[in-house]
Each structure stands twice: as C-alpha cells, then as structure tokens.
Design a protein around this ligand. Sequence first.
Ligand SMILES: Nc1ncnc2c1ncn2[C@@H]1O[C@H](COP(=O)(O)OP(=O)(O)OP(=O)(O)O)[C@@H](O)[C@H]1O
Ligand SMILES: [Mg+2]
Length: 230
Amino acid sequence: MLQGEHLTLTYRDGESTLDAVNDVSLSVEDHQFIGILGPSGSGKSSLLYLLSGLRRPTAGDIYLDGRAYGKMPDRERVALRRSEYGFVFQQHFLINYLTSLENVMVSSPVQDKAHAEQAKALLTDLGLGEKLHRFPYELSGGERQRVAIARAMVHRPRIIFADEPTGLLDRHTGLQVMGLLRSYRDQGSLIAVTHNPEILTEADLVIRMRDGQVIKVEDRVARKTEEATA
Ligand SMILES: Nc1ncnc2c1ncn2[C@@H]1O[C@H](COP(=O)(O)OP(=O)(O)OP(=O)(O)O)[C@@H](O)[C@H]1O
Ligand SMILES: [Mg+2]
C-alpha cells in the first residue's frame, strides 16, 4: 500500500549537513503493525515525517497505491495526508482554546452530531469520558496525549503514525493506550515509534534504526509461521 524507496532526509545547518534518514526503503501493508526502535537522534521521527508526507525527502520517493508523492502538487499531498493518515506527535500539539472534544473534532471530516458521538465514544474508550469539555491546560500530560491519539483516529485513517505515543504515560495507561491503537488494525495500519520494546510485543514487523539507517528488520509474522510449521 505505502512504499518508501531509498529515502534520504538531509538537514543542512550552515556548512554542515546531517543525513537524519539515510537511504531507507520500507513498505507498509494494509492492517500491518510496524514498530520502530532506535536510540535518540537515530532518525525515527524524521522517517515518519517522510512516510506521512509531512516532509519532502532529499532523495527517494514515497508511493501510496503506486502514486508518487514527488509528482503530486502540494495541495493534493496535504489533502491525501489529512484523509488517509492520522499522526500522533511526540509533543501532542493540542489547541489550547479548544476542549478535548473540540480538539478531536478538528480532524473529523464532518462536524455533525454523528461524528461528535463517535469522538465522544473514542475519548470515553481512552478513559476521558468525564473530561470531554476540559481544556488541554486542565489535563495531565498523559490525558493530553490520549486526546491527541483520539484526534489521530477519529477520521478513520488508513495509516496511523504514532511517534512515542506512550512516552508520557505511566505503564498501565501506556499499555491501555497501546491496546486501543493496536485494535485499530481492524481498520487500518499502525506505525509506532517507541523506546519501549514492551509495547511492540504484537507488532508484525520491528525495525531498528541507528544513525539514519535501518540496521535490523525483524519479521515477527514470518517467525511465528516458521515456529508453527516447525
Ligand atoms: N529541523 C532539524 N534541523 C536539523 N537537524 C535536525 C532537525 N530535526 C532533527 N534533526 C537531527 O536529525 C537527527 C534525527 O532526528 P529525529 O528527530 O528523527 O530522531 P529520533 O530518532 O526521532 O530521536 P528521539 O528518539 O530523540 O525522538 C538528529 O540528529 C537530530 O538532531
Ligand atoms: Mg523522535
């Protein structure tokens, strides 16, 4: 469905340059759960920005159903990103003067009662049923992160990109949130960046990055199939 081919993202800082992503190729299939692990600064967020069309690669291209981002006008790429993808950022980026429910509705394609009910149900599933009308500054860090997760899911995107979705959560809440994200696989794919391998126990594919490169790909589905047939 989604393919990144020979992706490189070079940041320029005066005279020096840094390849945050260095010749990475990666495919995402329908209903697949991909985990990305790697030390701080290894290029995990940068890779998500490229795959989701938030940033343009310095080299390489990304294809959704065979259509190259590189050939798309900006407007089309932005529209595609809004309808097909959901993004949970490392920082939550909620709008401070909107309530939890309004922050989620921002990414809903239609602002009607049915969609508002769906947003409420999602927030309730994430344990925020009592806090629909709170503003972000009236929520804890973990609660804000859960609102951001609801916002990424509400328009039922084909792929959710989650950048450290549980980084701010305690273990119990983190596992609960991962459970909800994982259950999204019935509807679409999930790509999650994390420092915590524990939340990737059900991932189909685990990718390890270092210095902008993929140093290891662990295909857990293939391994499970081998184990089952051995
Ligand atoms: N806007 C930028 N300009 C210049 N360099 C950048 C920029 N954004 C990131 N970098 C550098 O690119 C490299 C990769 O950064 P990136 O944010 O992708 O890493 P990461 O794996 O997500 O790290 P973390 O786990 O800390 O979030 C780092 O060395 C970082 O300093
Ligand atoms: Mg990051």
